[in-house]
Design a binder for this molecule. Structure first.
Ligand code: SF4
Length: 86
């Protein structure tokens, strides 16, 4: 089994630039409200962020999405170490 990563997405602050969708269309799509949706994400009631776990094989594309986001609302946490990668 590979490593697991937690995605945290602060959807409220998404400006709809669409870079994430271009980088990783399997996991990101544009909603009619002008903001991006993270596929299969669930809201964390404590933080208000949308969250979703991914496998190691999804990491590279997710990193591209997160690094390309102009307002840095996509974060990736290494679940093993607890370290924030982005
Ligand atoms: S790249 Fe960032 S601002 Fe642009 S749609 Fe994706 S999450 Fe929203």
């Amino acid at each position: 089994m590979g490593k697991k990563y937690l995605i945290q997405y602060d959807r409220n602050n998404c400006i709809g630039a669409g870079t994430c969708v271009a980088a990783d269309p399997d996991n990101w799509s544009m909603n009619d409200d002008g903001k991006a949706d993270l596929t299969n994400a669930q809201t964390n009631a404590a933080t208000g962020f949308l969250e979703r776990e991914i496998d190691e094989n999804e990491l590279e594309k997710m990193k591209e999405a997160a690094q390309g986001c102009p307002v840095n609302v996509i974060h990736i946490i290494d679940k093993e170490s607890g370290q924030k990668i982005i």
